[in-house]
Ligand binder design. Structure first.
Ligand SMILES: CC(C)(COP(=O)(O)OP(=O)(O)OC[C@H]1O[C@@H](n2cnc3c(N)ncnc32)[C@H](O)[C@@H]1OP(=O)(O)O)[C@@H](O)C(=O)NCCC(=O)NCCS
Length: 394
């Protein structure tokens, strides 16, 4: 197990792609993929040759209260199918978490291909999302929906040049939102350049300039088949941008259905329509998985409400994290006091951004409160006014 040299990165990228049943990079796509790799952050596992890999890049995540903290965005995780279930991922995860801790990053985060893989390494579901479909014929805007500003289309090249700055200028209104460093954008570029239907970037101009954008594609198999407009990304900094972009999207011609996935659980899209049943929820689920790598720093970085609670955290992988912490709106400190709530570091991640109430985890046996009063205090402590959402895929 070691950090790969740059000349080994393409083999690692192709190994990862093969574990997702995707074709290898090509000489055209490799230069784009290569730009997504932060130097020194790709791990490889070997027997006689490369059999497993995992990588990460640095970003920042928004926490309850609005502070931002460093997070290692973990991706590119795969083990060759003829070498699975013999502990290779376990070794990779241990090595990677030790490396991330050594870099002083309080968090790691990932998107999970399957729900059973990452709890054992201390990751927990920390944001959830919603998918919905809009029947365009029923989606008549209410007369009181504000009109919004001007919407302008950007070509792919303009979008690639200007979206990083626009995204960075938008406020992070929800816990879980992440910055998009230069290592993030090449993944989007490759997706956009490889897409079989045109990818359109629509930018909303508010009173102070660009303040939101929607990226979408329209799928229509045959010229007279029903067409679906898929919203690939929607990032808005103002209500005006949200209203203006939806007004625009609903006005795109030759579209029967609009589809949006991985949206915030409370996105108020149905409030725009005379018939709120124009919007149908079609699913949802786990979005971002978070790992508190440095538990005391991570606990101290967010805001809380209510009274103090003593947590006993159990971390079987990064054992220095295990111990008791008194957590309150005044701050966080290690303590020898009796624990109010005992929980694994993965369950801590599930309550940390407010995705799950501690009492729900207690009811399911995932955390152990000393008494019912303790779990009620823990509910108040971790409550967040706005549901967490990440909105950045990696
Ligand atoms: C997921 C993957 C990386 C796991 O690698 P691995 O080397 O087989 O994992 P390990 O052998 O270290 O497994 C550790 C434990 O997790 C369990 N586990 C790992 N992956 C699992 C899966 N997909 N389904 C069920 N259990 C799984 C193992 O059974 C093992 O349990 P045990 O300790 O009780 O025996 C590998 O299966 C893979 O490459 N999958 C396809 C690509 C993918 O999904 N990558 C993740 C992208 S987020």
């Amino acid at each position: 197990m070691r950090t790969l040299r740059p000349d080994e990165h393409r083999a690692a990228a192709d190994l990862f792609r093969s574990t997702l049943h995707a074709v290898p990079t090509t000489d055209e796509t490799w230069p784009i993929t290569e730009r997504a790799l932060q130097p020194g952050r790709t791990l490889g596992a070997f027997d006689t040759e490369l059999i497993g890999t995992a990588r990460s890049f640095d970003a920042e995540i928004t926490l309850p209260g609005g502070a931002r903290a460093g997070v290692a965005a973990v991706t590119g995780v795969g083990v060759r199918p003829d070498r699975t279930r013999r502990g290779i991922l376990t070794e990779l995860m241990r090595a990677q978490l030790t490396d991330i801790a050594g870099r002083g990053l309080p968090f790691a985060a990932l998107r999970a291909s399957e729900g059973v893989i990452y709890n054992r390494f201390g990751y927990g579901v920390t944001t959830r999302s919603r998918s919905y479909r809009i029947d365009r014929r029923r989606a008549v805007l209410r007369p009181d929906v504000p009109s919004g500003g001007q919407v302008e289309l950007w070509s792919l090249d303009t979008a690639l040049e200007r979206l990083p700055e626009l995204y960075a200028s938008l406020p992070h209104t929800r816990p879980g939102m992440m910055t998009r460093p230069p290592y993030w954008w090449p993944g989007w570029e490759r997706h956009a350049r490889e897409a079989t239907s045109p990818i359109v970037t629509a930018v909303h101009h508010g009173t102070n300039g660009p303040d939101g954008y929607a990226i979408y594609t329209v799928e229509r198999k045959h010229w007279n088949d029903p067409a679906v407009l898929e919203v690939l990304s929607l990032q808005t900094g103002t209500d005006e941008a949200f209203n203006g972009l939806w007004r625009y999207l609903l006005g795109v011609d030759l579209v029967d259905t609009l589809r949006a996935d991985e949206r915030p659980v409370d996105e108020p899209v149905e409030l725009l329509f005379t018939d709120l049943r124009a919007v149908k929820d079609t699913g949802g689920g786990d979005e971002l998985w978070l790992r508190l790598v440095d538990v005391p720093t991570a606990l101290g970085a967010r805001e809380y409400s209510g009274e103090p609670v003593v947590l006993e955290v159990v971390d079987p992988v990064l054992e220095d994290n295990s111990g008791r912490y008194e957590v309150s709106p005044e701050g966080v400190r290690r303590t020898d006091a009796t624990a109010d709530v005992r929980l694994g570091v993965d369950a801590l991640a599930m309550v940390y951004l407010g995705a799950w109430r501690p009492s729900l985890l207690a009811a399911a046996g995932r955390i152990q409160p000393a008494d019912p009063g303790a779990v009620e205090r823990a509910d108040r402590l971790f409550a967040t006014p706005v549901p967490a959402w990440c909105g950045t895929h990696f």
